[in-house]
Design a protein around this ligand. Structure first.
Ligand SMILES: CC(C)(COP(=O)(O)OP(=O)(O)OC[C@H]1O[C@@H](n2cnc3c(N)ncnc32)[C@H](O)[C@@H]1OP(=O)(O)O)[C@@H](O)C(=O)NCCC(=O)NCCS
Length: 145
């Protein structure tokens, strides 16, 4: 699905307040300002999408070493704008950036929440199961024990 003509895909991260709002409003876990600031400055590449009013309505980023290991993160489109090609356009731009700037043989990984699964499968991502299991660890907040 091509990106609807009401939207523009932009290179780089959105403003911090928009990053935090997009995560929250698209149903991803909330992050604080310090976490958001690190995401904006510490990513390998970032894309966001604005509507005709210039408001940020979608985003996605890659965390990576620039050589072979890349993680797709923060894929989010505001609910009222979903299904118009925004997520696909962001993902295609991120994958194109990897193809252009990384040596061939890049390993691109992500954790798919149910809404994104079809989108990722369409782009060739495959489940690591049953051979492997995705695992994660969230460190305890200071003072929580
Ligand atoms: C995943 C997400 C970023 C896709 O964004 P989007 O802008 O709707 O993406 P697109 O319009 O390019 O649609 C991509 C495909 O996903 C499908 N899709 C879009 N929203 C969907 C939803 N809520 N549930 C199921 N499928 C959905 C579309 O139908 C499309 O498939 P198609 O081309 O075969 O019709 C968006 O649904 C979202 O932000 N979800 C909530 C946050 C989330 O879970 N993000 C993390 C995903 S790992």
């Amino acid at each position: 699905m091509p990106l609807h003509r009401d939207y523009r895909l932009l290179d780089g991260p959105p403003p911090l307040a928009d990053y935090l709002r997009l995560r929250l409003d698209s149903g991803l876990s909330p992050k604080n300002e310090a976490q958001g600031a690190g995401a904006l400055t510490g990513s390998w590449t970032f894309r966001h999408v604005v509507d005709t009013a210039g408001d940020v309505v979608g985003m996605g980023r890659v965390i990576g070493d620039g050589a072979w290991y890349f993680l797709i993160a923060d894929m989010a489109t505001l609910p009222g704008h979903q299904g118009r090609g925004i997520g696909g356009a962001v993902l295609d731009a991120l994958l194109a950036h990897i193809a252009e700037h990384a040596p061939s043989g890049a390993y691109v990984t992500l954790t798919a929440d149910p809404p994104g699964r079809r989108l990722y499968e369409q782009r060739g991502f495959v489940d690591v199961a049953p051979g492997r299991t995705g695992m994660h660890l969230v460190t305890a907040a200071p003072g929580s024990r």
